[in-house]
Design a protein around this ligand. Structure first.
Ligand SMILES: NC(=O)c1ccc[n+]([C@@H]2O[C@H](COP(=O)([O-])OP(=O)(O)OC[C@H]3O[C@@H](n4cnc5c(N)ncnc54)[C@H](OP(=O)(O)O)[C@@H]3O)[C@@H](O)[C@H]2O)c1
Length: 284
């Protein structure tokens, strides 16, 4: 079986390639694709085929996808351009006769008010319209997203957010990558949509307790209002766009949009998801 993995030069895609090999896929059956040639060279050292692609360049996609049985389409990182980019990838996969497309989406992308959901929703719609068999992995939040919180806690002893009592069911990138490797290599996932999230939905207080363990000093959860948060981040020198994004995301968290509630991830990978404390220790 020939599997093409996009975003393989990034963190999640690289882990997907590793999990595929761990699950017994022959490296020669995998084509790892992305833009960064240094990281592609690193992947070639693992024995996988590589190709340079850019979602904005259809010819590069056509060349890379030819002969693929399954396309692992890892969502891109250029927010605002992703619907066109992902649509290019889907169109190229259809033209190349790819048998199935697996796409990394976002939690409840079709209905969620999550600020990141619209591009994923539009991509899911393009995927459904393409007529190609698909598997949608609606990935929840990565624990690795809290690397900056670890650093802040180490320096200040404070975990400050405007998430209120909102919970986050995060899991490690490796958990999500393992789930991708499972649906790429086992039958029964055609036209399935999985809501992937960590087993435990933690609060800001839980996060502060975990940070206390990880950084070795007492860390206090300090909830603030969105207005206070905006003023604090602006005062720290962040640009308006970043401040708006962070505060909006905390609002989404406060509203429970990252709280998970599905056991699909643990079921797919066959073991509990990585606990918050272990995920933070790996980040630290
Ligand atoms: N669930 C979450 O918590 C969460 C958090 C952050 C991101 N995400 C999403 O999950 C994806 C994977 O996460 P990650 O941590 O692996 O992100 P990452 O390390 O930033 O990797 C992003 C990947 O997308 C590739 N890419 C971006 N623009 C591209 C383009 N125009 N053409 C071809 N490839 C392109 C990059 O390729 P090059 O490096 O070679 O340019 C890289 O391989 C992200 O891209 C984003 O959509 C989810």
């Amino acid at each position: 079986m020939s599997i093409v993995v996009t975003g393989a030069t990034g963190q999640l895609g690289h882990l997907i390639v590793e999990h595929l090999i761990n699950r017994g896929v022959t490296p020669a059956e995998i084509t790892a694709v992305g833009r960064n040639t240094a990281r592609l060279a690193d992947l070639a050292g693992m024995g996988v085929a590589t190709a340079v692609i850019d979602y904005a360049e259809p010819a590069s996609l056509a060349a890379a996808f030819t002969g693929a049985d399954v396309l692992m389409l890892v969502s891109g990182s250029e927010v605002g351009q992703r619907v066109a980019q992902h649509s290019n990838a889907i169109t190229a996969a259809v033209a190349a006769g790819v048998g199935r497309i697996v796409y990394t989406s976002a939690s409840k992308a079709d209905t969620s008010a999550l600020i990141l959901a619209p591009e994923h929703k539009a991509t899911e719609e393009a995927l459904l319209a393409s007529g190609v068999p698909f598997t949608i992995l609606r990935n929840g939040w990565y624990t690795e997203n809290y690397a900056a919180a670890v650093q802040q806690a180490r320096e200040t002893g404070v975990y400050l957010t405007s998430t209120g009592a909102g919970r986050v069911a995060s899991a490690s990138r490796s958990d999500y990558a393992e789930a991708a490797a499972v649906v790429l290599t086992t039958p029964g996932h055609e036209n399935a949509v999985y809501e992937l999230a960590g087993d435990i939905a933690w609060t800001g207080t839980d996060m502060a307790a975990a940070l206390t363990e990880v950084v070795g000093r007492p860390v206090v959860f300090t909830p603030v209002s969105p207005e206070e948060h905006t003023a604090i981040l602006t005062g720290a020198g962040l640009d308006g766009g970043t401040v708006g994004f962070v505060v909006a995301l905390d609002g989404n968290t406060r509203d429970g949009l990252l709280a998970g509630g599905s056991s699909d991830l643990a079921t797919l990978i066959g073991h509990p998801t990585t606990p918050l404390l272990d995920g933070l220790r790996a980040v630290a």
